[in-house]
Design a protein around this ligand. Structure first.
Ligand SMILES: [Zn+2]
Ligand SMILES: [Zn+2]
Ligand SMILES: [Zn+2]
Length: 154
């Protein structure tokens, strides 16, 4: 179920996939959205809206950070990107559509991210919340710890 966050050079096809998601959900593929997607796609680590702004500025493009933040929130809603809760930055989603919310495992040594989804886990959480009369819309959770590479080195 685990899928490593791998940043390969195969950028274009993945962006195409994200663009397709935007289109099928009825969102326009505006130039700012395409630019933010591109930056996320190439990133080696999670990025804040200001980081993204900086990368774009180096390329002679300017987006204000409110616009970038709005775009990131949209991407998160569509599961194209995720917020790394413990860091506050954003990363591109690495999974194809999976049942259940996408969750991150964050290595506190090297910062590596892994992503998984488990619908049974979601259902169980939803049921627990229901016991308190709470209706869950989505889950945010991540695990902090040490990745397998780093634990081998220790
Ligand atoms: Zn994801
Ligand atoms: Zn690690
Ligand atoms: Zn869920």
């Amino acid at each position: 179920m685990l899928q490593l966050v791998i940043f390969l050079a195969t950028i274009a096809p993945v962006i195409q996939g994200s663009i397709r998601v935007l289109q099928t959900q009825g969102y326009k593929v505006t130039r700012p959205r395409r630019q933010v997607l591109g930056v996320l796609e190439e990133a080696q680590k999670s990025l804040s809206p200001y980081d993204i702004q900086k990368v774009l500025r180096k390329r002679g493009k300017y987006l204000n950070h409110v616009t970038i933040y709005r775009i990131l929130n949209l991407f998160c809603r569509l599961n194209l990107a995720h917020k790394v809760l413990s860091v506050g930055g954003f990363v591109k989603c690495t999974m194809d559509k999976k049942e259940g919310c996408h969750r991150l495992l964050v290595c506190r040594c090297c910062g590596a991210l892994q992503e998984f989804a488990d619908d049974e886990l979601c259902q169980r959480e939803r049921k627990l919340a229901q016991n308190s009369g709470f209706h869950t819309e989505y889950h945010l959770s991540e695990s902090l710890g040490i990745c397998s590479d780093c634990s081998k080195k220790q």
